[in-house]
Ligand binder design. Structure first.
Ligand SMILES: [Fe+2]
Ligand SMILES: [Fe+2]
Length: 158
């Protein structure tokens, strides 16, 4: 199926955003592991995999639309030097991702590409959840204090 005007450009921009997110989460997860925060390490590693899945879905959809996925481009990867810095930069990244998805959904609506719109809507639900999780962590830190929060992250689940 041939893509409608402008859709492939949006999809490649989203692909870049998803690859960037995956890179950032991989780095942040590894750092949390290195600091001994096993719970955060596990959660953020899962998040990285989710972003890889998003990227893979976009690649498949670009191919379906007979386009060429751009695997070479990467945005700025912000690796936080503390857990709180990581949450802040992840939140910024997810917000930008959501903004881009919304713009793309609006464009798909305008050109009548409902298949792509549906896919992007599903991704924006995940992105909303990622934002919600980050906001919850930051609120918990505000309420219980950073030390208490971090000491809970050292424990292994189960
Ligand atoms: Fe994503
Ligand atoms: Fe995300």
């Amino acid at each position: 199926m041939k893509a409608k005007e402008g859709v492939l450009e949006f999809l490649n921009n989203i692909l870049t955003a998803e690859l960037t997110a995956a890179h950032q989460y991989i780095a942040n997860a590894a750092m949390c592991g290195n600091w001994g925060y096993d719970r955060l390490h596990h959660t953020i590693q899962e998040r990285a995999l989710e972003e890889v899945t998003h990227a893979g879905g976009i690649v498949e959809h670009i191919l379906y639309l007979e386009g060429k996925p751009d695997m070479q481009r990467l945005g700025t990867v912000n690796v936080g030097q503390t857990v709180l810095d990581q949450f802040k930069s992840d939140l910024k990244l997810e917000m930008a991702d959501l903004q881009l998805l919304r713009e793309a959904i609006g464009h798909c609506d305008k050109v009548g590409d409902y298949t792509t719109r549906h896919k992007l809507e599903e991704m924006s639900v995940d992105t909303d959840e990622h934002i919600d999780w980050l906001e919850t962590q930051m609120e918990t830190i505000r309420q219980v204090g950073l030390e208490n929060y971090l000491s809970e992250q050292i424990k292994k689940d189960g």
